[in-house]
Structures are given as structure tokens and as C-alpha cells.
Design a binder for this molecule. Sequence first.
Ligand SMILES: C[S@@+](CC[C@H](N)C(=O)[O-])C[C@H]1O[C@@H](n2cnc3c(N)ncnc32)[C@H](O)[C@@H]1O
Length: 251
Amino acid sequence: MEQYTNKKTSSASMENISLLYDSLKKEILSGQIDTVIESGTFLGLGSTSTIAQVFSDLNRRPQFLTLEASWINWTKARKNLKKYQFVNPVWGKSVPRDEAIAFIQNDELLKNHKNYANIYIDGGDDPTAFYLREISGEFGLSRFSFINKYYKKKEEKDRPEFFQGENLLRKYLLKFKHKNPLILLDSCGGIGFLEFNIVIGTMKDAPFYLILDDINHIKHFWSYEHIKNDPSFRIITLNTDAGWVFAQKIR
Ligand SMILES: C[S@@+](CC[C@H](N)C(=O)[O-])C[C@H]1O[C@@H](n2cnc3c(N)ncnc32)[C@H](O)[C@@H]1O
């Protein structure tokens, strides 16, 4: 695999997102999308703001939840997203911590990453440790990981009124299953395929829209393979250079 930091343009946020704006606008209008569930807010300035802006320009106010595991990112995102009052940034984990750890420790792609060419990965020689830190809410802060670990625990304990817990992706998928939601998966690189399988397993035959970021990366390499080979998915827009796909599950 290739280190993601060696990619010509490597960014934590979704890239070349203006292309997505137009196709989203069309689908929001024709498909009547009024529910959004996103995993991986980061600072709220990439995918979250782009999608929110489309709704805002159409004068629509969707039910819009975006999940972020890091307290620091979440507090910044809350400020950055204030102008979109319909966006609800949630501090918590998309997937139960133990399930995420087990997935990262047993993932064949991660264990044998040296055998796969042309897929991006993070974390140098130890991607497993890198992704385990990320699901703990330490994304972008690894230089200070010791200090962060202390604060992370303190934050969750000290602020129970803000921390929404774990397993939030399943919780909100079940709540909005029959609302034809737009689901965007862009959280931790090591659990992208786990989140994708949770979506497939929870939504079953219910229709939904799906945006995956990082399809050239370990995050959504397998998820995108699934979509390409499953006739119940219609690909609406694909940007292979930037590494994202916008699709619809029809039946
Ligand atoms: C690649 S960034 C998201 C970028 C964002 N979508 C954008 O376009 O700007 C991934 C984010 O997911 C967060 N994250 C990691 N694991 C998570 C989890 N289990 N649940 C929720 N957020 C998580 C990280 O803290 C990080 O801020």
C-alpha cells in the first residue's frame, strides 16, 4: 500500500467537492432527501458544510446529524457550523469501541497491507496503532497522544451532558431507516468497511443515498468494490482522483 501522506493532494477533508454540490442539488430536489446522517465531521468545513450549503441554497431544513469522536474537533465544528442551524453535530462514536478495536485488529487488509498495491493507508509501519488512536478521538493529534489520552477520558467523564456515547451509527440508522436518508461515511480509516457493513445490515431493503469518501484508501476500498458489483446500487457521481462516490441504493 501507499502512504496517504505521499498522495499529491492528501487532505483530511473531502476533496474536489464542488462536483458533488451539483449532483446533490439534483437528487435532493428529485429524491426528496430530507434526512442526513454523517460519520466523521472533523471540523465541519468539508463534507458537512458542502451538504448543508446545498440544503440552505434550496431553502430546505433537513434533519441533519453528524458524528464526531474527538472532543476538540467537535467543539470547533460546533462553532464552524453555527450558521447552519439545522445541522446537529453529535460528540460520540459511530461504532462501539470494542467492536471497532476488534475490527481493526483482525482486518486482513490492515494485517497484510504490504501485499496490496495502489491503495492508500496511514500510520507508517504501524497503521493498526494509528487507527486505534483515531477511534479513541485523537485524530490529527498524535504528537500529543499521551496528553490527549488523559484529556479524552477526563472529557467524557466530566461532560456527560455532551457525550452521546457509542454505537451511534446503528442508533440513528434505525431511527431514520424509512426516511430515505443520505448517509455519508468518512470517519476513521480503519473502520470504513465496518461502518459500511453496519449500513447494509441495518438498512436491509430500505432505500437510501450513500456518499463514501476515500475509495482509493483502506477506508472504503472494499465498500466501493461492493457497490460496483451490487446491481441494487446506482452510481450517481464518481470522482476517482479525489476518491469519493455518491450512489443510491434502490431496492
Ligand atoms: C477524515 S476526517 C472527516 C473529514 C470530513 N468528512 C470533511 O470532509 O472535512 C475523520 C473524522 O472522523 C473522526 N472519527 C474517527 N473515528 C470516529 C468514530 N468512531 N465515530 C465518529 N467520528 C470518528 C475523526 O476524529 C476525524 O475528525
